[in-house]
Design a binder for this molecule. Structure first.
Ligand SMILES: [Zn+2]
Length: 185
């Protein structure tokens, strides 16, 4: 156990606060430099801070962020890291979908998993697309504006479809786990 006196404690607090303020300031600066509406950036911030995919909608704007995790592992050194790639779409347009995948999904605002159908591949464009990459090994978050359309398959495509559904405002009324049957083989 480590005992800190009041003086040390406030020093640590101050240091943390200073770092957080600096982080928030550089966040603001990045948003300004990228020339996106600050509101449009919200899903990217949520995705980076809390994980997962997010969408955000106001009267003027729709934005969604889809997260992919890419582990880079060096077999010889036995070391690696998981890169988090978040792609933000400002006013996204779904160009095409391909395939049908049945799967169980749990949405943040519901308390049960639901059986849904998702496309296996999607092609997506947007007014603005920003790609953020968080690298845990360098502790850097790089941001860049990229051009669409972009292709996603598998879990990122399910995420796109899920968030597009939120933006469209249609709620799924699929089937639930308790509608499944157990079968002993
Ligand atoms: Zn959801």
């Amino acid at each position: 156990m480590i005992f800190l006196d009041a003086h040390d404690y406030s020093d640590l607090d101050y240091d943390k606060l200073k770092k957080q303020l600096f982080f928030n300031l550089s966040e603001k600066k990045a948003i300004k430099d990228l020339q996106v509406q600050p509101d449009a950036f919200i899903p990217i911030l949520f995705s980076l801070k809390f994980g997962g995919d997010w969408s955000f909608k106001t009267q003027e704007l729709e934005a969604m962020a889809v997260k992919e995790k890419i582990t880079r592992y060096n077999e010889e050194e036995g070391e690696g890291y998981t890169l988090e790639r978040v792609t933000l779409f400002v006013n996204p347009i779904l160009k095409s979908m391909e395939g049908k995948v049945m799967r169980l999904e749990k949405c943040g605002d519901k308390n049960e998993r639901e059986l849904v159908e998702r496309p296996f591949r999607v092609k997506l464009d947007a007014e603005d697309i920003i790609r953020a990459e968080l690298n845990p090994s360098t502790m850097e978050i790089t941001l860049k504006k990229i051009k669409g359309p972009l292709h996603f398959s598998g879990s990122a495509a399910y995420g796109v479809s899920h968030e597009m559904e939120h933006l469209a405002g249609c709620e799924h009324t699929g089937k639930f786990i308790w509608e499944f049957k157990y079968r002993i083989e």
